[in-house]
Design a protein around this ligand. Structure first.
Ligand code: FES
Ligand SMILES: [Fe+2]
Length: 337
């Protein structure tokens, strides 16, 4: 495949599209793949989603309003219930005036969207598990195609140059220990290298001898990467902090990718561990800043072609090649790839 793919059809998978608290009385537009959806709450407060195109003359329903639980088009007042069943106020006898509905459910503080045919059993599993504690979530826009964002999150070789806190210094780049394994439905990657020094690291008891360890699994139904960061202290003791970030990469058209990030952590330190509620903003902020470094950098490589042809790939790029195949086969449904 040489051209950038169409993301039509990716809504057969569930995607996190909006923090649940961000959907109030007004409809909100979200984009998944190449399609816009109008989200709203019906008269019982239940979230609902319609394709954001009025069946009459294609006005955006998200620019309308909700009345008596029905989403009303701002142009000629046609209105729709949560299943998309339409009525025209000027022509009450009109039939076949329905909007297309999608499924929208609330889980983990987020609204998740999929086609009407999707089963709720296919919703991605919980974004954290004990002993980790949920710390918070946020979204971030990456101004690049999905495959470029995914490439960036498939290797840590860029860490010393693109990042400033987690990870290692350029002078330690040759000390990386690295393992990558390809599976039919996922890739698994593990890096370790000396943790670079810094104030945030000292706060978590990580001195100059600490070894940074980053392990992750990438899956494609939908596209998401599940990162865990830990440390090994001198003498092989584990560091107190475990940080996990589950990152969903939601394509919004060909050149924009929206990240939805769920952060959890645990801290085995006897005092700090009890302050988890107070430290949550710090922990979430630490991951936010790391992702922000990536989001600032990747627009400079947004033109990266779909094919790796002509690139001089190294050993750290092995997961990128496999991920591209899985992206084609599983997420885009394009056969063997
Ligand atoms: S375009 Fe929506 S009612 Fe006319
Ligand atoms: Fe990065």
């Amino acid at each position: 495949m040489r051209e950038l793919p169409s993301y039509e059809g990716v809504t057969r998978f569930w995607h996190p599209v909006l923090a649940a608290r961000s959907l109030g009385k007004k409809p909100v537009r979200v984009t998944v793949g190449d399609r816009d959806f109008a989200l709203f709450r019906d008269q019982h407060g239940r979230p609902a989603a319609l394709v954001d195109r009025c069946p009459h003359r294609f006005a955006p329903l998200s620019a309308g309003f909700v009345e008596a639980g029905r989403l009303t088009c701002p142009y000629h007042g046609w209105n729709f219930d949560r299943e998309g069943r339409g009525r025209s106020p000027s022509q009450p006898s009109l039939t076949r005036c329905d909007a297309r509905a999608a499924k929208l459910v609330e889980r983990h503080g987020y609204l998740w969207l999929a086609d009407e045919t999707a089963s709720e059993d296919a919703l991605p599993a919980a974004t954290f598990s004990a002993p980790l504690e949920y710390m918070g979530s946020y979204s971030m826009l990456f101004e690049c195609p999905l495959h470029v964002a995914l490439d960036n999150f498939s290797e840590d070789e860029h860490t010393p140059w693109v990042h400033t806190r987690l990870g290692w210094l350029p002078r330690d780049a040759s000390k990386i220990e690295y393992e990558a394994r390809n599976f039919d439905d996922r890739t698994e990657v593990r890096y370790s290298a000396p943790q670079r020094p810094g104030l945030a690291m000292r706060l978590f008891g990580l001195g100059p001898e600490a070894l940074f360890v980053n392990e992750w699994v990438t899956r494609f139904d939908p596209v998401r990467t599940d990162y865990t960061i830990t440390h090994v202290l001198p003498g092989g003791r584990p560091g107190a902090l475990t940080l996990r970030a589950v990152i969903f990469m939601v394509p919004e058209g060909k050149l924009r990718t929206r990240f939805r990030v769920f952060v959890s952590a645990s801290d085995a330190h006897p005092v700090r561990g009890k302050l988890s509620k107070l430290l949550a903003p710090l922990v979430v902020g630490l991951t936010f800043k790391e992702l922000w470094d990536d989001a600032r950098f990747v627009p400079t490589v947004a033109h990266t072609p779909w094919s790796f042809e002509g690139m001089r790939l190294g050993r750290f790029d092995k997961p990128l090649v496999h991920n591209r195949k899985l992206l084609e086969r599983i997420y885009l449904g394009l056969g063997a790839g």
